[in-house]
Design a binder for this molecule. Structure first.
Ligand code: ASP
Length: 344
């Protein structure tokens, strides 16, 4: 490794980018990272020192689990001092969840962790994977004044760099698969890569990277819809060991005002279950108490998710429940910005 050469670690977890059609089943299945390397010889023209780690087996990200999040955080920690930046190749289906969880797990991050993937496998002529991976590496290596330009967990996809925990997969057909409804892009890659400096989080103090890998997955997402069945609603909230519920409410955080709904929530709250109110509406945010239909939720102790995405909410709840915190502390952290995931 040359002394001035940036060093990048690529962590390949799977996803369409490295998939090939299985001749027997005709379905796309993840292959080894070698395939990607063969398809992009340009990687080595970038002038960076690049190494890679392949997770065994590479997966379709629909099969993502908390264990793999822990493995990702641990891999970054173990290699942190050897590299200037990290690129994670990941399927698009759950990339926003993984990016959110990593943003909570990696404390004192001061190097880029750029996640990317593709909509078409790398071996296909029209693949979007080449541009995505090459630019993701350039962003992971970008430095100014001796410091990383984007020391955050991000998703780079189709010319746009997003804060990972503000991102949602919104399209399974177009190359622009991701969007961020509530937070500006951190960079746009055209002829030049234009960074949106005021929107990037820079660490306030210098610390050592610490990973918090304890996760509690006793969490569910409960989407509210007209005609929701009382019996199921009550049974779900009475599930043994349930610790947290993401209530996917309407509009600015509204729910039906049927007494049985509040009673079930009130009883669950008394038994220590934590509720986070997240809107089904991609735009706008939860404003509890704005309508009568959300005021009682507030009184029952439901926490407002403000402008958080469902992906960032589920992972935040799993993460906080995994730490040694009281219910009151978890509720306090849920309404605070811990990693750039909600408005301040
Ligand atoms: N099912 C794939 C995955 O998430 C889709 C993709 O990579 O775009 O792994």
């Amino acid at each position: 490794m040359g002394t001035n050469q940036q060093s990048i670690l690529i962590i390949y977890t799977g996803g369409t980018i490295g998939m090939r059609e299985d001749p027997k089943t005709k379905t796309l299945t993840p292959m080894n990272f070698k395939l990607i390397q063969e398809e992009i010889p340009e990687l080595y023209k970038l002038g960076f020192y690049i190494e890679s780690i392949t997770f065994d087996p590479p997966i379709d990200s629909a099969n993502m689990t908390p264990e793999i999040w822990i493995k990702l955080a641990t891999t970054i920690k173990e290699n942190y001092s050897h590299y200037d930046g990290f690129v994670i190749l990941h399927g698009t289906d759950t990339m926003a969840y993984s990016a959110s969880m990593l943003s909570y797990m990696l404390e004192n991050l001061d190097k880029p962790v750029i996640m990317t993937g593709s909509q078409l496998p790398i071996g296909i002529l029209r693949t979007d994977g080449k541009e995505n991976i090459i630019t993701a590496i350039q962003i992971a290596a970008a430095r100014e004044g001796g410091k990383a330009i984007v020391p955050e967990v991000c998703i780079y996809f189709s010319s746009h760099l997003f804060r990972g925990n503000r991102t949602t997969k919104e399209d399974s057909q177009q190359f622009a698969a991701f969007t961020s409804h509530h937070y500006s892009k951190l960079a746009v890659a055209g002829v030049d890569i234009k960074y949106n400096y005021p929107m990037i989080n820079y660490p306030k103090s210098k610390g050592i990277l610490n990973i918090n890998t304890a996760i509690n997955d006793n969490v569910i997402v409960l989407k509210i819809f007209p005609g929701i069945n009382r019996k199921y609603f009550e049974l779900i909230l009475a599930l043994p060991e349930l610790k947290g519920v993401i209530l996917e409410s309407y509009g600015s955080g509204n729910m039906p005002t049927f007494p049985w709904i509040f009673e079930a929530i009130r009883l669950a709250t008394l038994s220590g279950i934590i509720f986070l109110n997240v809107s089904q509406c991609p735009g706008g945010k939860v404003k509890m108490g704005y309508y009568e239909t959300s005021r009682e939720l507030q009184e029952a102790g439901v926490v407002s998710g403000k402008d958080i995405t469902v992906e960032a909410a589920v992972t935040k709840l799993m993460f906080l429940l995994g730490q040694e915190l009281s219910v009151a502390q978890i509720k306090a952290y849920l309404s605070q910005n811990i990693s750039g995931e909600i408005e301040t």
